[in-house]
Design a binder for this molecule. Sequence first.
Ligand code: C2E
Ligand code: CA
Ligand code: CA
Length: 738
Amino acid sequence: MATLSLGAASILWAVNKSNDVSAERQLRMTERSIRAVVQELAQQQEMVAIWDDAIVELGKSPMDLTWVDANIGVWLSRTFGQDEVYILNDRNEPINAVIDATRVSNHEFERVREGIGDLVAGIRGISNSLHKDHAVAGAEAPYLITGRAVHDAHLLELLGRPAAVSVMKIVPESDAVPYPHDREFLLVGIRYLDGNFIKQISERNLIEGLRFSVVDNPKNGEISVPIRSDVGDLIGYFVWRPELPGNRLLKAVGPATALAAAIILLLLGVLVRRLKKSMSALERTVLELKASEAQAHHLAFHDVLTGLPNRALFEDRLNHAIARRQDGERIAVMMLDIDRFKHVNDTLGHPAGDSLIRDFAARLSKLVGGDDTITRLGGDEFAIVQVCTAGMEQPEALCERILAMVHEPYDIMGNQIFVGTSIGLVLAPDAGTDRSELLRKADIALYRAKTEGRNCYRIFTPEMGETVTLRRIIEEELRIALATGEGLEVAYQPQIAVGSDVIVGVEALARWRHPTRGYIPPSQFIPVAEQTGLIVQLGEWILRQACLASQRWPDVFVSVNLSPIQFRSCDFADHVISIVRECGVDPRRIELEVTESVLLDEECGTADALRTLRIAGFRIALDDFGTGYSSLGYLHRFEVDKIKIDRSFIQSLGQGTKAAAVIKAIVSLGHAMSLTVTAEGVETEIQKSFLHAAGCNEMQGYLFSKALTQEQFTRLLMHSSSKEIQCYVGGSSAFRAG
Ligand code: C2E
Ligand code: CA
Ligand code: CA
């Protein structure tokens, strides 16, 4: 009897505890979503508010409304779901008004004028002090160097509804447009936090029946949270029915317990053996419920952001796995991180970074087995320990599945983001059985995966331990090669116009044939050149070679890869211009390939350098598009002429991924912005016809040709016609590795 009462009490206690933990979690998620939306508004506005063109267009009389719709108000509303967008002139009068992605009469602004009056007044007031902080010393017209516009964003009540409002000044991005001191246009963005917004967070955070209410009237079983404006006024309440896992548990075990009790009473003394059996079932139930108490304590061993085991727990599990390892069993330790995570964080803000980490963790969790442990080591670094008994999935297969799954786009605060991952894998006992030694080796393998092009996994081998020395050797010998010119060459890979198969361009690619070590691929020496700064000299040499070669091919453009490191020297653009002039080449025939990291680098006038180069006539191509930050909306702000879709997308075509949809989206967005779209790494006829149908303009890949020597390419051009490209390349001894 005593056991029965104890059982019932424990059940009720555990039910409550489990309910509390869950409601608390939902509360935190809701609060976080609300805070994030205010920041998101400001980030969205930044895309258009620091922009020379915006100032020029808004200043025109009459204003070109089609332009304003396509680039500011209607665009913000349609792309990001901002409910209302207004542009105010220097007298705070509305000159453009948009509600639900439709331009409306400017009078509509009067509905909200009073509600946001303080914000508008505030931003006009704070402007001067902020300018001083951000201004470049000595510059005549202060301009913002941080990329953050002067803005103010708040949570407040508008028309009886809770709303996030952000007001931002529209300011120039360069000296080309004079800074309109105290006469700035203001951009106002409003997002109501009821209606659609509620639907979104309730779906995103799996919160059932979330609604907004002006009065505090939760029904039975619902809870409510007050929402206050930034000045503390009560706006209303978010009300929802919390997930009550404890109640579900009670429903499940309650009847069983009652039945057990009845049986006990009925058969007491008569069916002793049966009684014993029932009792043990009941004890198990009690034990299980105790475990859910332990679950609450477990929070201490888990990462708050992802809910994954934290490092302490992970190391403990790894120790156990090593200690309990049976003969023939292997233990795999994987270390992985998100490629180019920093860009997401730097450009979309920390809430976006957090959200990416959570999604990434959730995807990983779905892939690993119940006995495996995943942890977040910190930042964007994760580790997995997997015990592999005979007949189980091998760690290599798990790595492959992780790579494929990570590649699917992420939907982060309304942006489509593509990231990759690099994985370092180490196996015990092959590589030792010491915990910290295994982690160190997994880290070395991870480093190797990253230097070998990212988005791949590498298994630790003892020679990797020597990598550090190898890097030093490469550095020394590259220095010598650059000084003597021995072994360095440039290879040329044709680029073909879609439809006609005519060669329209050629990409210059660095090649290094070492006198004793043989062919060293760019994936090995370019990273070393970047780490040591030798890339500056190497890049210059390649540019010069490519310019000289281009004189032999007057009908095609030549594209040259530029490393982000090269942009760090402040007179880089002038230097490029003078090299091309010295070679007597028209810059309009040279295309410069840069990666997104160059566009997003806010230091040392990178944006200025790009603009200078473009004004000088060079075309700018965005290389490896899709592998980095790649928010499509972001493109809008940069001056590029072409995007090159990364070959990993082309190669994932037909493999059950979303590659086809992503490629189509990139092409249509690229065309909407009047950009040329090139596909890289085209290897098969099937890929070619898909890309043709999708509307790509140019293609490059082994299907047409590998990279060739200057002579081979010259001959190819001479014979060039669609059929001959194929024949020629089929029989050529092109450069190794393309
Ligand atoms: P990238 O700029 O994306 O160059 C294209 C790479 O894809 C080249 O590799 C090319 O040979 C390879 N490729 C072309 N078609 C195909 C195909 O159909 N299938 C496959 N699987 N691959 C194909 P490569 O020459 O090994 O260069 C690798 C990377 O090294 C380049 O990628 C670029 O990031 C860097 N690199 C090469 N030359 C230079 C250079 O002169 N300067 C700088 N900064 N980086 C360079
Ligand atoms: Ca390239
Ligand atoms: Ca590329």
